[in-house]
Design a binder for this molecule. Sequence first.
Ligand SMILES: [Fe+2]
Length: 143
Amino acid sequence: MSEIETTALLNFFNMLLEAERAGVAVLSELNMRTEDQRLKPILKKFLRDEGVNCRILISLIHDQNAKPSDKTGTFVDKIHALDNLDEKIQLLIRGQAWVARKIKEFRFNLPAGSAYWFLEAIRVQHDENVDTLKKYLDKTEHH
Ligand SMILES: [Fe+2]
């Protein structure tokens, strides 16, 4: 891999790491604040996955002999700026879709083998999360 390619790869991994870290912060806060028994298991499952994703991304960055970013994405502030749960869930859906889209756009620049498949798993997970949250909102509206 050329130096430019390695830099692009590390920028991509760090961008996702910061986003997943923001996801962990947002999901744990939403989980603590909601009493909705239909939403809680969804948030807990996402939270577990996003935590694992952070570990995966840190490992992939270490594979390149680089130091992982210690920043958290701006998504946390964007969620805080909203005051009702529905709006927060809508933004969460857009955030999940954003991660899936970013991986789709970058996937052919990923190293073959485990890095590609780890990221593909994260991509599928985020697409599934979008569907799960949309279903949750659909059912909520019809109550
Ligand atoms: Fe995520």
